[in-house]
Design a protein around this ligand. Structure first.
Ligand code: CMP
Length: 139
């Protein structure tokens, strides 16, 4: 299997709830390597740019407001099959549908405030990593 890189964002709700360490622990326990990390607060333009693919969706405004309301932790995760592996440990987008033991089952409160983001494809991982780590050669 190929070694891949994927983008993780620990969202404002999880940062507010003091879950950065718990989430990073689940990531490392799953065997993913943290190759780069940055804590930052997005303004609405940055959040909207990252989620531009969703700009026609009815929840876009709510998503941008939420993602820019406080600090987030963005990181590059590396490992075998990292894109799919991280999505597996995140759990379903809606925490009500997330499997037991997943990050969203443990720490998310709703489909909007769902604790973490992870790239949904290798192509989007490359785009996301370049968005937050433009100077990095990782990815
Ligand atoms: P994420 O994986 O970061 O990608 C897009 C985000 O949009 C998603 O997680 C959710 O937080 C958010 N989202 C998806 N569907 C809805 C919805 N129906 N209402 C509010 N937010 C949503």
């Amino acid at each position: 299997m190929a070694i891949e890189s994927t983008l993780s964002i620990i969202k404002p709700d999880a940062v507010e709830n003091n879950k950065i360490g718990a989430i990073l622990n689940l990531i490392e326990e799953a065997g993913l390597k943290i190759r780069a990390m940055r804590m930052l607060k997005m303004n609405p333009e940055v959040a909207g740019g990252f989620y531009a693919v969703h700009k026609e969706r009815p929840f876009f405004g709510e998503l941008v407001e939420f993602m820019s309301r406080g600090p987030v932790v963005v990181s590059v995760l590396e490992g075998e099959n990292a894109v799919a592996k991280y999505r597996e440990i995140m759990g379903a987008t809606n925490p009500a549908e997330a499997a037991e033991g997943t990050i969203r089952k443990l720490y998310a409160s709703s489909i909007g405030e769902n604790a973490v983001h992870g790239s949904d494809s290798l192509e989007n991982a490359k785009i996301g990593i370049a968005y937050f780590f433009p100077e990095s050669e990782i990815g």
